[in-house]
Design a binder for this molecule. Structure first.
Ligand code: AMP
Ligand code: SF4
Length: 477
């Protein structure tokens, strides 16, 4: 159960709109632009003040919703969710938004992140009589909310949030209110926008651009945004902390056209690449990036290194992200299907291959081999983030430490394992500087736990996979 409960909300994207007659359509387009955050399932719940309706399913946004399904979702408010695929499965029942109907009031919620104390809370709630429908940690909040159902809706939520630990961006809806909340450390991105006088919230600002909404501001750590017929109000359910937003949003997850906490993702990635070139210059003939997430960093690297940037690898757009494939064999095939070298560009050349990160090492090893097979004389790998040495408990599926190549191998050992002529990672200080944060690691505004092992929240014993326990202890000591 623990394994099942963990990881059901990996990454994910959330969207909410209130007070717009095309609420479901806006949610559809918003979710479509957040598709990179999750391809396993999608769902929309709409409210028409009297009741709520839901459509959800496994697959891509375009597969789950057709014109006629959307037409039936009439209402003035909607929340939506795209879910990331995980090895553990989860199926239709765990596709979000989760939706509960009662005689008095309905409740829908969608979550991006991971509650690190979900197991503890679930055990307590089950002991008190709650019956869970899903294996998702998100459902814990639904039961906590319902335990306070003698209060007005927004107070039910306000009373429940202090029980939660971990990373969360929630959009929650009743017939009459849309509520957005961000965890006390602001570990996940969540922004507020406006369209035609109506309020929208989304995991990434690219969702505003696609529907023509204007960006207003970020939801702050520990903030609860309440939207209803009286407009938008803000309250804080936790003391205002310095933010600890996930560094991997900048490195890998977010879309290049999004701005996260005020920083544009493409420009930030370019700066990561520039910093990497300063730290780990290598003389070569061409620089190439691994599409799509590393292109910005590769351009930055080439600019600072004063080497030509070339499209040495191309991506087949019709194959999903490799990382999500459940077995190693499928993952390796996935890389091959997804990427091809451009022989004319790399043949006879010394190539710098920039990627945003190495997790298990599958992608880098395959690409180095591909480039060599296509005639590259040297392959130098440059990674625009520091080595990932520790697992993430906040909803990013960087796997357990046993699978993380950098948790038990030195940079030189990794170089040998992936078969590169040279390998360098970006330093932590260099990454912070490139993002635009203070280069001191304490209070830098970022979560760095997968690089340092210093987790910004308490990690409960039963959140930790047995394999990771030793690592956590050694990282702390
Ligand atoms: P690996 O092949 O396991 O080393 O994974 C590294 C590749 O996966 C890189 O090319 C990254 O762009 C990508 N990546 C890094 N972190 C994640 C993640 N949490 N989910 C999906 N893909 C990732
Ligand atoms: Fe992001 Fe890493 Fe922190 Fe997880 S541990 S939230 S992946 S920075």
């Amino acid at each position: 159960m623990l394994a099942e409960m963990r990881g059901l909300n990996e990454e994910c994207g959330v969207f909410g709109v209130y007070g717009h007659r095309d609420a479901a359509q806006l949610a559809y387009y918003g979710l479509h632009s957040l598709q990179h955050r999750g391809q396993e399932g999608a769902g929309i719940v709409v409210s028409d003040q009297v009741g709520m309706k839901q459509t959800k399913g496994e697959g891509l946004v375009t597969e789950v919703f057709q014109e006629d399904t959307l037409e039936k979702l009439t209402g003035h408010a909607a929340i939506g969710h795209v879910r990331y695929s995980t090895a553990g499965g989860g199926g239709y029942v765990n596709v979000q938004p989760l939706f509960f109907q009662t005689q008095s009031e309905s409740l829908a919620l969608a979550h991006n992140g991971n509650l690190t104390n979900a197991m503890v809370l679930r055990e307590q709630l089950e002991r008190d009589g709650s019956i869970f429908q899903t294996t998702s940690d998100t459902e814990v909040l639904a039961h906590l909310i319902r335990k306070h159902n003698y209060l007005p809706f927004e107070d039910q939520i306000k009373q429940s949030l202090p029980y939660l630990e971990g990373a969360y961006a929630f959009v929650i809806m009743s017939e009459h209110q849309l509520i957005a909340v961000l965890d006390p450390l602001g570990m996940r991105p969540l922004s507020i926008g406006k369209i035609d006088g109506s309020w929208v919230v989304a995991s990434e600002t690219c969702a505003f651009d696609v529907i023509g909404a204007e960006y207003v501001r970020e939801v702050k750590p520990g903030e609860m945004i309440i939207i209803d017929q009286d407009g938008l109000r803000s309250e804080f359910f936790a003391k205002q902390n310095e933010r600890a937003i996930c560094s991997m949003e900048y490195v890998y997850f977010a879309r290049p056209d999004s701005n996260v906490d005020g920083f544009n993702i493409h420009s930030t990635r370019k700066m990561l690449g520039k910093q990497l070139a300063k730290e780990a210059f290598v003389d070569a003939d061409v620089v190439t990036g691994v599409p799509d997430s590393s292109i910005s960093a590769a351009i930055g690297f080439a600019e600072t290194a004063q080497l030509p940037y070339e499209l040495g690898l191309i991506k087949n757009r019709y194959v999903g992200r490799t990382f999500i494939k459940p077995s190693q064999e499928l993952r390796e095939k996935g890389v091959q299907m997804k990427l091809s070298p451009v022989r004319k560009i790399v043949e006879g050349k010394r190539v710098v291959m920039v990627d945003d990160s190495i997790v298990r090492g599958t992608t880098s090893r395959k690409i180095v081999q591909m480039l060599r097979d296509a005639g590259a004389t040297e392959v130098h790998v440059r990674i625009s983030s520091p080595p990932i040495t520790n697992p993430c408990y906040y909803g990013i599926d960087t796997s357990s430490s046993g699978e993380l190549i950098a948790s038990s191998n030195s940079v030189e050992e990794i170089r040998q394992l992936i078969g590169a002529d040279s390998l360098s990672y970006l330093s932590i200080d260099g990454m912070l500087e490139a993002i635009g944060r203070s280069s001191t690691m304490k209070n830098c505004g970022q979560c760095l736990a997968c690089f340092t092992g210093n987790y910004p929240t308490e990690i409960h014993d039963n959140t930790i996979r047995p394999h990771d326990k030793e690592n956590l202890v050694s990282a702390k000591s």
